[in-house]
Design a binder for this molecule. Structure first.
Ligand code: GTQ
Length: 370
């Protein structure tokens, strides 16, 4: 029984709050949720808007001369009160940003315990140095700089280069586990020949014999061609009902995710593909690399096209559709599956009603650039 003396109960609750305590009897359902309740909400950022703001930043700051990086990060509206110091959070674990490097700029070398990866969106002169290796960046490439690996970036072309960054910032900030170290030099020294790790993995699924031992970043660059070949193979068969032809980037010495705490995928939705809905505990950030279509999340339709970013938070029903009848759609995505799996949290559920499709009840209106 809980007393019906509301006044005295409220007084006790206030008293507890002032004394930095709380009444479990009135908040137990907030603690023990029947199912996961995500603070981050389904959301979409348009490419044009992000690019416009990046362009404005180009006028205002120079990378390597005052600014360490030029990147605009995504803040999930549901995360706003969780991240009062401005470090961004697209989901409760993952941070994403779009970074621009102008010709000749050098983003200085550093390393951090937060884990990082990049997906090249546009431009041809991008280069990175990772633990002493110079790595070429081309559009469609996926690059990793896992925990505590030195990294700096530059652009040797005459056109700007832009890419997506994804880091586990919200996760490491919440745990307060981030250490960062700045390199004494702006660009770290080259210790091995250029594209060393790419040459070592030229064969794809055969590895140099000394990589029997586990390494954190045996391969630094996964080219668009590798992902494309993988999807081309799958495309000779029936697509997965939820994700079409989807591959994940793996560490060839462990078979696990390429990046230690972030999962990454590339998926092809063939023309007219209409995926079925499911939900899972892990959260996902999608970058539309090519194509157009929409994703229905919890009954809301999110229309997307090339360059947009979309978030599917924890435990939200979602299904993807390619609206083109002639062009493939390619979605790059990052997820927190490695974190969920490490703690046995992952659960997947298929949507069984209505032949696997949600009813579209709302259409999301993104903020557009003016
Ligand atoms: O390029 O090293 O978007 O350290 C956030 C933190 C990019 C980077 C980000 C970083 C970087």
């Amino acid at each position: 029984m809980i007393s019906d003396n509301k006044k005295d109960l409220e007084k006790l609750h206030e008293q507890l709050e002032q004394e930095n305590m709380g009444p479990l009897w009135s908040s137990i359902h907030e603690l023990n949720t029947i199912e996961p309740k995500s603070k981050p909400v389904p959301y979409l950022w348009k490419s044009e808007l992000i690019k416009k703001r990046l362009k404005e930043a180009e006028e205002l700051l120079t990378v390597g001369d005052g600014a360490d990086r030029r990147a605009v990060f995504l803040i999930n509206p549901g995360m706003k009160d969780l991240e009062p110091v401005g470090w961004g959070g697209a989901t409760q674990t993952l941070y994403a940003a779009v970074q621009a490097v102008k010709p000749g700029e050098v983003a200085p070398a550093h390393r951090h315990t937060t884990t990082a990866l990049r997906f090249i969106i546009d431009g041809h002169g991008g280069q990175g140095r990772v633990n002493g290796e110079r790595i070429t960046f081309e559009p469609g490439d996926f690059l990793i700089t896992p925990t505590w690996t030195w990294h700096d970036h530059t652009n040797i072309d005459d056109q700007e280069v832009i890419w997506m960054d994804c880091l586990d910032v919200p996760f490491t900030k919440f745990l307060a586990t981030c250490f960062t170290e700045f390199h004494e030099k702006k660009q770290q020294d080259l210790l091995v020949e250029d594209d060393y790790s790419i040459k070592r993995y030229n064969g794809g699924m055969v590895r140099p014999v000394d990589d029997r031992e586990e390494k954190i970043a045996p391969l630094g660059r996964y080219t668009w061609g590798m992902a494309k070949d993988g999807m081309d193979g799958l495309a000779q068969m029936e697509p997965d009902p939820y994700d079409g032809y989807a591959v994940e980037y793996i560490n060839p010495t462990t078979g696990g995710d390429a990046n230690d705490r972030i999962g990454s995928r590339m998926q092809r939705l063939e023309p007219g593909f209409k995926g079925k809905a499911h939900r899972h505990v892990h959260s996902t950030i999608y970058h539309i690399f090519e194509g157009e279509g929409y994703t229905v999340i919890e009954g809301e339709r999110f229309d997307w096209s090339k360059g947009d970013f979309l978030v599917v938070p924890t435990w939200c029903w979602h299904e993807h559709v390619n609206t083109s009848d002639s062009e493939d759609a390619h979605l790059f995505s990052t997820n927190d599956l490695p974190i969920m799996e490490a703690f046995n949290f992952e659960v997947v559920e298929a949507y069984n009603d209505n032949n696997g499709h949600q009813k579209i009840e709302r259409i999301f209106e993104p903020i557009m650039s003016d």
